[in-house]
Every structure is written in structure tokens, then in C-alpha cells.
Design a protein around this ligand. Sequence first.
Ligand SMILES: Nc1nc2c([nH]c(=O)n2[C@@H]2O[C@H](COP(=O)(O)OP(=O)(O)OP(=O)(O)O)[C@@H](O)[C@H]2O)c(=O)[nH]1
Ligand SMILES: [Mg+2]
Length: 133
Amino acid sequence: MKQIDVAVGVLIDADGRVLLARRPDHLHQGGKLEFPGGKVEAGEALGAALKREFLEEVNVHLTVPDNIKPWLSITHDYGDKQVRLLVVKLADFHGEPHGNEGQEVFWLHFDALKAEEFPAANIEIIERLRTAS
Ligand SMILES: Nc1nc2c([nH]c(=O)n2[C@@H]2O[C@H](COP(=O)(O)OP(=O)(O)OP(=O)(O)O)[C@@H](O)[C@H]2O)c(=O)[nH]1
Ligand SMILES: [Mg+2]
């Protein structure tokens, strides 16, 4: 099965709160929480994909180099879909977050993240956020 590269942004504000969105019910892993992001287009750099997805999905302008390297790279097979999450920690942004696709978007302190509310591939991200911070 073809593996899909997904740019995933963990945007943390000055108070240690992380920007989250709830995946619309009709999408893959619908109803679960997620870090904003999406598929990296052919030939697109990771930082460019993050900037595009954050603006499209949550109305946030990121300052991040196009050639940023992932903090974590996580491969996961959902059975119906195989993904590689390219995860970047982000702090520099402007704009008021808003769910451009009608989805719920909110800030939550990283201590309060519960792995079971996220897609299974995210477990490692949440564990690493707890230990790395
Ligand atoms: N954005 C995002 N996607 C995640 C996370 N964890 C995770 O397993 N994924 C998976 O990554 C895949 C692609 O993400 P996506 O659906 O946001 O892609 P996208 O924005 O380009 O969507 P589209 O192609 O429907 O427009 C989905 O199968 C999704 O379930 C996460 O924390 N954030
Ligand atoms: Mg997306």
C-alpha cells in the first residue's frame, strides 16, 4: 500500500498550550482530535506544507523555514491507509485560530492531552511531548 506523507504541526504557545482541532466526522479518523496539518504535496517542502495547511485549516500564519526537518517521523498502518507523520514543533505564529472547515479548534495545555482522543499514530507524539518538555 502506498504510504502518505503528512505534515503535522504541534503549535505550542507561551503558556504551554497546544493548538488542537477535531477531525470532521466524515473524514478518515473522524471525531478524533488532531494537530493541524495534512498531506504533503508532490515536491513540496515540509515547512511549506505546514504553512499552507495551517492557513487553510485554522487561519494561522506560521513562521517556519521551508526546509525544516521533522522532530519526529512516525509510520503507522491504519489498515485502510498507511501514513508517515512528519511532526514539527512550532512556536512562531500570528493570527487568531479559527476552524475554516467548520471544525472545533481550541488550545489545551500539553499536560491535559489524552492519547486515546487522538488517532493511534499520535500516541508517540503525546508521550514525547510529556518527556521532552
Ligand atoms: N492532520 C493530522 N493528520 C493526522 C494526525 N494523526 C494522524 O494519524 N493523521 C492522519 O493523517 C492523514 C492525512 O491527514 P489529513 O486528512 O489532515 O490530510 P489533508 O488535510 O491533506 O486532507 P484532505 O486530503 O482530506 O484535504 C489522515 O489519514 C489522518 O488520519 C494528526 O495529528 N494531524
Ligand atoms: Mg488536514
